[in-house]
Design a protein around this ligand. Structure first.
Ligand code: SAH
Length: 257
């Protein structure tokens, strides 16, 4: 789900039903997941990995294809986790990939248990800085973290998009500012790259178009549903008009000893 503030004013069941029917709940793509993996040291079969805010697991199953180890997906919404576990079975990953319901501010891991923390389009729920700080202790020394986070690409931007993000997620910041936060939280920044436009257009917004039509038909009497769709469309429109100023960035780092 994207960081549209007004999303919180809608009924969560309604929103979950909407996002359940699409493969991804945030911008990203299989290519980008694979590219991020290429910056991480090879893992062993006994490695432990957490995918935090995993949603229905679109990116988790790709991750499972290109790394070894046991992956635990965690998401706040039980419906997403149910689909996640079904997805693991359908892709024959069920022996290595398990989804559990839980919150990213209260993770069920031991200190220094994890070799890798993965989180695409989700750390904003706790805030980038807080997530980077609080999750650090669960990583083994030299363990890796890889997250995507919305970031500014320029030092100045039009008021319309600045206002939108200040309202939706005031922690949005420039890439150097995010990297500095990561360093301060105890990681060596290993790599970062901007997610290409097709992560938003082809993999995130386009699949929503037919779902929006169906959703409006199904909830034709529901004002909240109507407003929710209007918001999604507004957000997409803003992206099309202002994409040179912001986007998602993959940040990859290694826990310092
Ligand atoms: N990683 C997925 C989903 C991103 S959307 C993808 O890239 O497609 C953000 C996800 O964070 C949603 O699935 C939402 O349910 C989950 N989420 C929101 N708050 C959370 C919390 N406190 N703890 C864990 N997951 C949370």
């Amino acid at each position: 789900m994207s960081e549209n503030k007004s999303i919180h004013e809608f009924d969560f069941t309604l929103i979950c039903n909407y996002f359940k029917s699409i493969e991804r709940q945030g911008p990203g793509s299989p290519e980008v997941t694979r590219k991020a993996v290429s910056f991480i040291n090879e893992l062993s079969d006994s490695a432990k990995i957490a995918d935090i805010g995993c949603g229905t697991g679109g990116q988790t199953m790709i991750l499972a294809d290109c790394i070894k180890g046991q992956i635990t997906g965690i998401d706040l919404f039980p419906d997403f986790i149910e689909l996640f576990n079904r997805n693991a079975i359908n892709t024959h990953h069920e022996d290595r990939v398990k989804g559990i319901t839980g919150s990213m501010d209260n993770l069920p891991f031991q200190d220094e248990e994890l070799d890798l923390i993965w989180s695409e389009g989700a750390i904003y729920n706790i805030g980038f800085e807080r997530g980077m700080n609080e999750w650090n202790r669960f990583l083994k020394p030299n363990g890796f973290i890889a997250v995507t986070e919305v970031s500014w690409f320029t030092s100045e931007r039009p008021a319309e998009i600045e206002d939108f993000w200040m309202d939706a997620y005031p922690e949005i910041n420039t890439v150097p500012a995010k990297i500095a936060q990561m360093e301060k939280a105890g990681y060596t920044p290993t790599a970062h790259f901007i997610l290409p436009e097709n992560c938003w257009t082809e993999h995130f917004y386009a699949p929503q178009v037919p779902v929006q039509e169906a959703f409006l038909k199904e909830h034709s009497e529901n004002k909240a549903a109507f407003e929710f769709i209007a918001n999604q469309r507004h957000e997409q429109n803003l992206y099309n008009r202002h994409k040179e100023y912001y986007g998602y960035v993959f940040y990859i780092g290694q826990k310092r000893d």
